[in-house]
Ligand binder design. Sequence first.
Ligand code: PGA
Length: 251
Amino acid sequence: MAARRKLIAGNWKMNGLKADGLALASDLAGRVKGAGAVPFDMLVCPPFPLLFPVGDAVKGSGVALGAQDCHAKQKGAHTGDVSPVMLKDAGCAYVILGHSERRADHGESDAVVNAKTVAAHKEGLIAIVCVGETEAQRDAGTQTDVVGSQLAGSLPEGTTAENTVVAYEPVWAIGTGKTATPDDVAAMHAFIRGELAKRFPDADKMRVLYGGSVKPSNAAELMATENVDGALVGGASLVADDFWAIATSCR
Ligand code: PGA
């Protein structure tokens, strides 16, 4: 089995002003720098206006910078949108795509997520492509059908372990305090790995993150679950102590 280095990614969502973002980013950068060799990669994904200052704050620390979305085009008449070229220019290495909040709030289909992923890859960004079922879909027992079809539609040809990370985030676990059980997570991550292996030769090297109410109290168990290669963390990523505790629970 390929050794996959854990990725602990903070999705700040629409939270934080410049001073908060700078304080949080500098705190994390200091901790990573001071810790020496750590068994995880750390990533922060602030809102667009904070990319440049947060990028400066984490530069050289080992904490990577990412964005929460991008457009599928490189430039042009798309009021309010941000292109992957701009993200690269701001120092981003990663971009989250197809988060369930984008799918729900902005009607993003798998085809849209696929086009954005292609655009991100073209700029050398690592796409964190999010999938996950709703509570109704899980209650109906259709979670693997849903996630299988999201993966098939959202991941383009040319997806590799180098340019893509998959994040499994059951919608019912996001921001709710409800977490999937380690057994449910293990079953879904094994399914995802199997689906990836059908299409991509280096699927065993691809990182598959879990997201949805990850916190210090459940992180160690989740991060020790088979085929879980890190976490996409929302709420708890806004508190340096909590995010650090999640990261350092990785073995
Ligand atoms: P949460 O969000 O950790 O606040 O549940 C996770 C996410 O939506 O990425």
